[in-house]
Design a protein around this ligand. Sequence first.
Ligand code: ZN
Length: 303
Amino acid sequence: MSRFALGVDIGGTKIAVGAVDAAGAVHTRRTIATDAEAGFDAGIARLTRAIDETLAEACVEAAALAGIGLGCPGPFDEASGRIENFYTLPGWEGNDIVTPLADRFGTPVRLINDADAALLGEALAGAAQGARVALMLTVGTGLGGAALIDGVILRGAANEHPEIGHLIVDPTGPECYCGGRGCLESLAAGPALARAGAEFGYADAEAVFAAAEAGAAPAQAIVGRSADAMETAVWSLIHSFLPEVILIGGGMGERHFALYREAAERAIARAVLAPAGAIRVVKAALGNDAGMVGAAALMLDDA
Ligand SMILES: [Zn+2]
């Protein structure tokens, strides 16, 4: 029987839980609201219930799991299991998410940066299969980035995850919680579009996209700024990493993939120092499952 791991993808708005086999196939799953503002204890209770249901439906005992991988927006402290992200997970920061789950389920539990998890999932079973150097940009509530170098997820100083989403693309842009101004996330992610759109009465980022498609000039300008930020960031990224493939994922990134692919390809087309035709821009293949599959892959690799 194939070995299973449980993959959990913790996002700003929802949490996906799945029982994943060694080939990266998701057998059973649950999706729950994150609702971080309702507090950490309520979140853990809902997550525990979702894991119970997912395992029961897959007929897998927790003790037989390779472990539970938790893909989570950074920053967090991997050793203590403490979530330190106050921005996308307000109300959860300072809490240890690993110990209660390890105690409850009696299996190894590890945190992995959500963007790293997504790329790991795509490398196992998606659009980064076979790539030696791959980058992934996950566009949604935040803007995550991850790099795969020689088939291994890049970890830097102190074994930390490099925050590619905080590349500065406009030094005069809005302040970001990262300490910079005008970084990619603060200009291109969902909240940036929602904030800019609110001035014109748009309810959220998707309302801005819809209005832009319908021809509204202010909405088109906001969407254009997001695409321009992507183009500038991709320019820096291709000159830093020279990836064979750039994956664009995340809810917003996939819904509006054509926009971001065109932006990335504009940068690639004018990069005379990059080998012509050697860099592909592709849509993440696993969709919302990438983070879940990658978090599980981490535990399957460990086992
Ligand atoms: Zn930033």
